[in-house]
Ligand binder design. Structure first.
Ligand code: PBG
Ligand code: ZN
Length: 326
């Protein structure tokens, strides 16, 4: 019965760091920032404790707060002053995100990523242009090819404003190729592209949709976002995006999809990103508030798990809190 092999020898305080397989550092993290054209004061987001929507005038200050923790990259989401059927404020040169990017890139050294989607900007809340009559008929959905052009315009307008990277999240077929070629035509060959390659139709986005006011007014996103039951399909999505020119491939959500992060890590030679989404953040906060979990510990364990599964970078609402302690 004598144990001939003793893994516990590698678990003393002295050796643990030497044999640790994954590590987390502030330089792996991207912090989401919400800019809101409908307010001139910061508004806290109830379902995401510690997060706020800030007016354009506060965008630079908000990004400096992030950078003070050691996190150097931000991803911007916008709440526009007005919405319409084609989401025109998403690709306006003076849109809320474009104005914020202009200021942030001029006044800070942050690495600026723009989320490219229409759902925060359309009056129906879907990620693209919808079929006539879709409100009444759940079989009708987003018009794929018409949406491509608008996503490309959105990406170019963000690059014009000074974005370092654009991140299309609309799950429109062909969006990476459409955006890459529009960026190149506009002289933005150096702007990087991170695709939300495997983005699932997830109930974990709930708090974000409150934060960014982007919930669909009717129906859901199952006609364009992936079925949570599918694993192989993520490889297909990622392969298409890699072929179309994505520099970074993202999996979203994070924790419920660690198998997908791991698959993509093994299959591709490009950086893999994971999005630790709003619901993953909110549920840990809610449990901690009840005294049921140690927030700092579970947040850290969550992000280490994403790294262990193979993520190189992580978009997370925990970025500042964790970086502060690393
Ligand atoms: C917009 C977008 C969403 C998220 C990121 N970009 C919402 C959605 O697809 O409904 C979710 C982020 C989160 O939940 O933290 N397409
Ligand atoms: Zn969207």
């Amino acid at each position: 019965m004598y144990p001939t092999d003793r893994p516990r020898r590698l678990r003393t305080d002295g050796i643990r760091p030497l044999v640790s397989e994954s590590s987390l550092s502030a330089s792996d993290l991207v912090a989401p920032v919400f800019v809101d054209a409908t307010t001139d004061e910061r508004v806290s987001i109830e379902s995401m404790p510690g997060h706020e929507r800030v007016p354009v005038d506060e965008a630079v200050a908000r990004v400096e707060e992030v950078r003070d923790t050691g996190v150097e990259a931000v991803i911007l989401f916008g709440v526009p002053e007005a919405k319409d059927p084609t989401g025109s404020r998403a690709y306006a040169a003076d849109g809320v995100v474009q104005r914020a990017i202009r200021r942030i890139s001029a006044e800070t050294d942050a690495y600026v990523v723009g989320d490219v989607c229409l759902c925060e900007y359309t009056d129906h809340g879907h990620c693209g242009v919808i079929e006539e009559g879709a409100a009444a008929d759940p079989t009708l959905t987003v018009r794929n090819d018409e949406t491509l052009e608008l996503l490309a315009e959105t990406a170019v307008s963000q690059a014009d404003a000074g974005a370092d990277m654009v991140a299309p999240s609309a799950m429109t077929d062909g969006q990476v190729a459409a955006i890459r070629s529009a960026l190149d035509d506009a002289g933005h060959e150096d702007v990087a592209l991170m695709s939300y390659a495997a983005k699932y139709e997830s109930a974990f986005y709930g708090p974000f949709r409150d934060a960014a006011d982007g919930a669909p007014a009717f129906g859901d996103r199952r006609h364009y976002q992936m079925d949570p039951a599918n694993r192989r399909e993520a490889l297909r999505e990622a392969r298409l995006d890699a072929e179309e020119g994505a520099d970074v491939l993202m999996v979203k959500p994070g924790l419920p999809y660690l198998d997908v992060v791991s698959d993509l890590r093994r299959e591709f030679d490009r950086p893999i990103a994971a999005y630790n989404v709003s619901g993953e953040y909110a549920m840990l906060h809610a449990a901690a508030e009840k005294g049921w979990l140690d927030l700092e510990a579970v947040a850290h364990e969550s992000l280490v798990s994403l790294k262990r599964a193979g993520a190189d970078l992580i978009v997370t609402y925990f970025a500042e809190d964790l970086a502060d302690r690393l």
